[in-house]
Design a protein around this ligand. Structure first.
Ligand SMILES: [Zn+2]
Length: 186
């Protein structure tokens, strides 16, 4: 017997004689109440009452593909601000500050972060860890820089082989490029 009515914190959802309090609920004086907005789920097998949120917070998990903007380049890592999770337009309800260690940028050995990523680059990356802080990798073929601007004139850089060049000032630079750089289909 599942309910499709929306309940609010404090609404009565069950009696403890029949159901124990579980996710999204609390019990008081034998009554189970909702502790969050959501839909009631009465589990007759486990004898528990839950309140499920209809739009769970958009959080990141290990393995997720994300889009991020490189914020800073340091000796052993790049920092980036995650702007979206692939497959969803909803904003993220979690930490968006991420780090990419130099060993996680390219499948080839590199000891110079600035040869692989630059401040302001748009990247596609995979989440490799969320605790104690958000960590990303761009090692895979489909991961890496997907859009970059010239550091001198801000023109969008074009791909030439494995490098990028500026059509305006002809400045050339290297990146860990995603295989679809310049041709990203959303
Ligand atoms: Zn330029």
């Amino acid at each position: 017997m599942n309910d499709t009515r929306l309940v609010f914190p404090g609404d009565e959802v069950a009696v403890e004689e029949e159901y124990y309090s579980s996710d999204g609920t609390f019990s008081e004086n034998g009554i189970v109440y909702a502790s969050q907005v959501g839909v009631v789920e009465l589990d007759d097998k486990e004898c528990v009452a839950r309140v499920r949120t209809r739009n769970p917070p958009n959080v990141l998990r290990e393995g997720d593909i994300v889009y991020a903007v490189v914020a800073d380049i340091r000796n052993t890592m790049a920092t980036a601000d995650v702007v979206a999770k692939e497959g969803t337009e909803r904003s993220l309800g979690c930490e968006t500050y991420a780090t990419i260690h130099v060993s996680k940028i390219s499948p080839n050995y590199t000891d110079d972060v600035s040869k692989e990523l630059r401040k302001g680059d748009y990247i596609r990356a995979r989440v490799t860890g969320i605790k104690p802080s958000l960590q990303l990798t761009t090692k895979e073929e489909h991961l890496g820089t997907i859009r970059a601007l010239c550091g001198k004139c801000k023109t969008e850089l074009l791909r030439r082989g494995e490098k990028l060049y500026c059509p305006e000032c002809r400045y050339e630079s290297t990146r860990k490029l995603a295989d679809d750089y310049g041709d990203v289909q959303v």
